[in-house]
Design a protein around this ligand. Structure first.
Ligand SMILES: O=C(CCCC[C@@H]1SC[C@@H]2NC(=O)N[C@@H]21)Nc1ccc([N+](=O)[O-])cc1
Length: 124
């Protein structure tokens, strides 16, 4: 069965969720991300994501990447990772991300990129 095609709904360890709605034959996809947390006091809003994955029928446990363009904050996150299928047939996305926020001037660039990791499970 075609495991690790990323279309559908996912939730991560922070409680954020994402829905991947469109998947092209070349692996390009689009969706919506709703983060459970933010580093701004602004109201959190759904934000669009664009990404690409290797095709699960060619490569088992494919790698992928996607970018979230935050609509409520002048920042961008890029996620990259791999889909794994555990012994119970459950899909897990192991990802790392870079979160780039806006810096007022070049001297502030050093503190403008956060790095972290998230694990996503499929929401049935
Ligand atoms: O807060 C934000 C935008 C939302 C980021 C959510 C992050 S993405 C990686 C992690 N996984 C998730 O599911 N959610 C978190 N941007 C922002 C705003 C201000 C500053 N700042 O330094 O002031 C930095 C980033």
């Amino acid at each position: 069965v075609k495991k690790c095609s990323l279309t559908g709904r996912w939730v991560n360890d922070l409680g954020s969720n994402m829905t991947i709605m469109t998947m092209k034959s070349n692996g390009d996809f689009a969706g919506i991300y709703y983060t459970a947390v933010s580093a701004t006091t602004k109201k959190i809003e759904r934000s669009p994501l664009l990404g690409s994955q290797h095709q699960p029928y060619l490569l088992k446990q494919p790698t992928f990447g996607f970018t979230v363009h935050w609509t409520f904050s002048d920042s961008i996150t890029v996620f990259t990772g791999q889909c794994f299928v555990d012994e119970d047939g459950k899909e897990v996305l192991k990802t790392m991300w870079l979160l780039r926020s806006h810096a007022d001037k070049p001297i502030d660039d050093w503190k403008a990129t956060l790095v972290g990791y998230n694990e996503f499970k499929r929401l049935e």
